[in-house]
Write a protein that binds this ligand. Structure first.
Ligand code: ACM
Length: 537
């Protein structure tokens, strides 16, 4: 009944609109445009072209559902992006008067075929675009598709004012995995709030929904903990190569969380332990478990530091750290690292992860850890992040855990493209753009049951990078292909098709000033006219 009423009210709404606009509307003879020839990334599930177009121009208005939280914000986000890119002022939920000739309606519905919360459908006609989604997150994914469909060039021959022709048809879409993430290591080198926001913006355009921040490591501690102030007074003041380091105040972390949330992305904080803890132990030597004299560490070796897993103070410290971060982190997940603890005895390591799991649960979070944590006797609800050893992934599945896929020699964004790469490492592999794309997380480990795969994440470790340009060199274009591995089923993906769609991302990447690696495998297509984004007011 509710569905029927919603449908009726929407159709009534459209009818009123058409009637209201009818006397003013000029007939437009749209040229043929083909929705099936789109360059959408990630590739949608289903696209049906109807070979006409919707004309986006200054007579377009956006309307949204106003009763479900978040839908109007999605409309505002779309209007802002259109303004930045096309310099058009498109009203959102304002009055429908004779100046409006075409509408984009962002509609809440509970009757999509897919039950995935991020599913959406787009119906693009001459005079209207209807975007249906169950949740605001689904609507947000849908408007990324719309953004990608706006052509680079306006078509001045259709109307006396510039009009951007969005090809007509229907798109039905839903993600393959519920977890589609990227990670940034802000510990080896610190990245500013603005640099992190830019990365989040780019990931959101490709429908990522998780952003994992590796906040602590041997070289630096990057988040303010009010009850243990030396972590930032001492532990934050270093980084690889001897640079100044830095940290996020809790207010700044909240600002990042909010920024990501506006893009329907969740920030997952990681505090790496019991290894990778030199910066914490140097700040508070009582935590140290390796018996060595401590100092700042600005090199890139791993595996030498450890907390003292048998000391109560360590767990009191972790209780404070996890409590303070949990209080400013709405994500259900808390990542405890757990990798490469080579300086921790195995029995101590197991004791440690089991104790820390209880602390994480006490603060109402689900524990995530790198694959080594599977050695502990853990709650099956804890999540394992596979990065190296498929035996750990199989054990995790046998023990009932969900797994995030991040195999280093396919998915690590810090691996060099080839021997000539300016930045990056190659301890796992060289990963050219085609290798990064041409594999399938779902069948990567034979005999691993698919229903244990929560999703995919591409980690970017920062030993060799320290600013946005260097970050972008490693992350782009590979992160674009990874978005498709997370969203689109393997049977719909192929390198040749993807390669052509990737070539069409040039305009977006240039417009956003992304210092992507111009791989020779791609025939990058530069449009004649890249509109410059205008700054926010
Ligand atoms: C890792 O690469 N140490 C998770």
């Amino acid at each position: 009944m509710k569905h029927t009423l919603q449908k009726i009210s929407f159709h009534l709404f459209l009818c009123c609109l058409v009637l209201a606009c009818a006397p003013k509307k000029k007939e437009i003879n749209y040229p043929t445009t083909d929705l099936a020839q789109n360059s959408l990334i990630p590739k949608p599930l289903e696209v049906i072209a109807t070979n006409s177009a919707f004309g986006l121009d200054s007579k377009t208005a956006i309307f949204t559902n106003q009763t479900t939280e978040g839908f109007e914000d999605v409309g505002m986000y779309l209007a802002e992006k259109i303004k930045q890119r096309l310099h058009l002022d498109i009203p959102v939920n304002s009055t429908l008067d004779e100046t409006v000739e075409r509408i984009i309606y962002i509609n809440q519905t509970d009757s999509l075929d897919s039950e995935a919360p991020e599913a959406y459908q787009l119906y693009i006609k001459n005079d209207s675009i209807l975007l249906n989604a169950t949740t605001a997150a689904g609507a947000f994914r849908g408007i990324q598709t719309l953004r990608q469909l706006i052509p680079e060039e306006s078509n001045d021959t259709v109307a006396e004012q510039p009009m951007w022709l969005i090809p007509s048809g229907k798109i039905v879409d839903a993600p393959l995995f519920e977890y589609r993430g990227a990670m940034l290591d802000v510990a080896r080198h610190f990245f500013t709030v603005e640099e992190v926001k830019k990365f989040i913006d780019l990931l959101a355009y490709y429908k990522y929904n998780k952003f994992h921040m590796h906040l602590t490591d041997d070289q630096g501690w990057r988040i303010e903990i009010k009850s243990w102030p030396k972590l930032t007074e001492i532990g934050a003041q270093s980084e690889v190569g001897g640079g100044p380091g830095g940290f996020y105040t809790q207010e700044e972390f909240k600002e990042l969380v909010q920024y990501a949330a506006e893009r329907h992305m969740e920030i997952i904080p990681e505090v790496d332990m019991p290894g990778h803890t030199n910066a914490a132990s140097f700040s508070y030597p009582v935590l140290n478990g390796n018996g060595k004299k401590l100092s700042y560490y600005t090199g890139t070796h791993v595996g030498f530091s450890t907390f003292d897993a048998r000391k109560d103070t360590v767990y009191a410290f972790l209780d404070d750290v996890i409590r303070e971060i949990a209080a400013i982190s709405p994500s259900p997940y808390f990542h405890i690292g757990g990798d490469e603890s080579h300086a921790t005895k195995k029995t101590d390591y197991i004791h440690f992860v089991e104790k820390v799991e209880a602390i994480v649960r006490k603060h109402d979070k689900v524990m995530v850890g790198w694959e080594e944590i599977v050695q502990g006797k853990l709650d099956s609800g804890s999540i394992i992040q596979f990065w190296q050893d498929s035996v750990n992934a199989k054990t995790a599945a046998l023990k009932g855990h969900q797994i995030i896929f991040s195999p280093a020699h396919k998915a690590y964004l810090d691996m060099q493209y080839d021997t000539l790469s300016k930045h990056g490492l190659h301890w796992a592999a060289y990963i050219p753009v085609d290798t990064a794309y041409n594999w399938d997380p779902s069948s990567y480990i034979k005999s691993l049951p698919k229903d244990h795969i929560l999703g995919f994440e591409a980690p970017l470790w920062s030993e060799t990078i320290s600013n946005s340009a260097e970050l972008e060199y490693l992350a782009f274009p590979r992160a674009i292909g990874y978005s498709e591995l997370g969203w689109t089923p393997a049977e719909s993906r192929d390198w040749e098709g993807y390669k052509a769609r990737l070539a069409d991302q040039t305009a977006f990447l240039k417009r956003m000033n992304v210092a992507y690696y111009p791989s020779k495998l791609i025939d990058w297509k530069e449009p004649k006219n890249v509109y410059k984004e205008i700054k926010k007011d």
